[in-house]
Design a protein around this ligand. Structure first.
Ligand code: PLP
Length: 407
């Protein structure tokens, strides 16, 4: 069987036996190293998605693989019915990185969001004194926080919500970037505001510079928790440990995931102070796999990589190079570019092509990227990417836009 046949056979197998909840590009990845992946036919591609920022530190990062391998040989799962020797050191290191006291260890991003919502409601009833069953939480239009029924209950994306009701009550959505609208939605039963510091799935939407500081000031004044969903924006991507650092704000709770697992295992967490996370008592929340020794060992190694600041610096420096390269394309098929560190949203002129078409042509030229919301494409290469790789990506995008204009 030739490699090409093998590739289409594998696509067919997925098509037949995996529910069609994704629409992947026609590339079957077999191996990866750093910022590059290789398909089953041996073709190499620059990975400009990095698994939606779950692979910030590169495929097969040697430090993270070594931490995983060492822990694989010791023990991988104990459940929280017993202590394990990895969870405490991981939690202490992660809390220190975030400048907070403690963590709730979970697995996926959606679980971290659910955990943050639960802790906010419990804090509202037990500390703030909200009347039973009355708590509300404010979110932003255009949000993406995951796929559970409670989380999609406050999504305004029809594709994500249609036919999945009835939904969880207790959420209010206001325009993103509008602090006055957010303040107007707060009442005595508001326990939290949940926001992405930059809206990733919406297309790398960056709010006005004074937005997050205003939200911090408003939530503090109304005794409302500020929960920052940094699952995609955090852990180096934007040139800082957290995008909230760039905005010089400190939320009450950080929600982390994706890169926290180093691209090896699902690891997520809620990070906050004892006066908030301490409201939860034994039996009130949990996860069989949350805080498992393999996840904790990998998560601690991830925190170790971030503790030096070198990845944050690299994302900042390389991000400026990427933004400069992409900026030259405005007017040649690109309408706008928004970027923060090594994270860019590129609005393609819809008259020229869809984002999907651009991504398909990029893949033919050895660059993997993902479209979002019709005509926007998102670039988020692993932070280990080399400067010349970024130049390669920009050159391929330039060539694709040229091809499309000539059509
Ligand atoms: C990906 C993502 C999530 C959900 O994470 P999963 O691991 O896919 O459940 C939540 N919030 C944001 C901002 C995300 O980007």
């Amino acid at each position: 069987m030739s490699a090409v046949v093998a590739s289409s056979a594998l696509v067919d197998l997925e098509d037949d036996h995996v529910a069609h909840t994704y629409h992947p590009l026609d590339v079957v990845v077999a191996t990866g190293e750093g910022a590059w992946v290789t398909d089953v036919a041996g073709r190499r591609y620059l990975d400009c998605l990095a698994a939606y920022s779950a692979v910030n530190f590169g495929h097969g990062n040697p430090v993270l693989l070594e931490a995983a391998r060492e822990q694989l040989g010791r023990i991988t799962l104990t459940s929280r019915a017993f202590h394990n020797d990895q969870l405490g050191p991981f939690a202490a290191a992660l809390a220190a990185l975030a400048g907070k006291d403690m963590v709730i260890p979970m697995n996926t991003g959606a679980e971290a969001v659910e955990s943050g919502l639960k802790v906010a409601r419990a804090w509202g009833y037990r500390v703030k004194g909200v009347a039973p069953e009355r708590a509300n939480i404010i979110v932003a239009d255009g949000n993406f926080h995951g796929r559970t029924i409670t989380i999609i209950s406050f999504s305004d994306d029809a594709t994500a919500t249609t036919d999945f009701g009835p939904f969880t009550p207790g959420f209010r959505s206001v325009p993103y970037g509008d602090a006055a609208a957010l303040e107007a939605a707060i009442d005595e039963n508001t326990v939290a505001v949940l926001l992405e510091p930059i809206q990733g799935e919406a297309g790398i939407i960056i709010p006005p510079a004074d937005y997050l500081p205003s939200v911090r000031e408003i939530t503090t004044r109304h005794n409302v928790l500020f929960i920052a969903d940094e699952i995609q924006s955090g852990l180096g991507r934007t040139g800082a440990t957290f995008q909230c650092d760039n905005a010089q704000v400190v939320p009450d709770l950080y929600l982390l995931g994706k890169a926290l697992g180093g691209g090896i295992v699902p690891v997520s967490a809620v990070v906050g102070n004892r006066d908030i996370l301490g409201v939860l008592a034994a039996g009130q929340h949990g996860s069989t796999f949350g805080g498992n020794p393999l996840a904790a060992a990998v998560g601690r190694a991830v925190v170790g990589l971030l503790a030096t600041g070198e990845y944050q610096e690299r994302a900042r420096v390389l991000g400026a190079r990427l933004a400069a390269g992409l900026g030259t394309l405005i007017g040649s098929g690109v309408i706008a570019v928004r970027s923060a560190g090594l994270w860019a949203g590129i609005d393609i002129d819809p008259a020229l092509a869809t984002g999907r078409e651009v991504c398909e042509l990029l893949a033919e030229r050895g660059v993997l990227a993902k479209d979002t919301h019709g005509s926007t494409i998102r670039l988020a290469p692993p932070i280990v990417v080399e400067p010349e790789d970024l130049d390669f990506a920009v050159a391929q995008l330039t060539a694709v836009l040229g091809e499309l204009r000539a059509r």
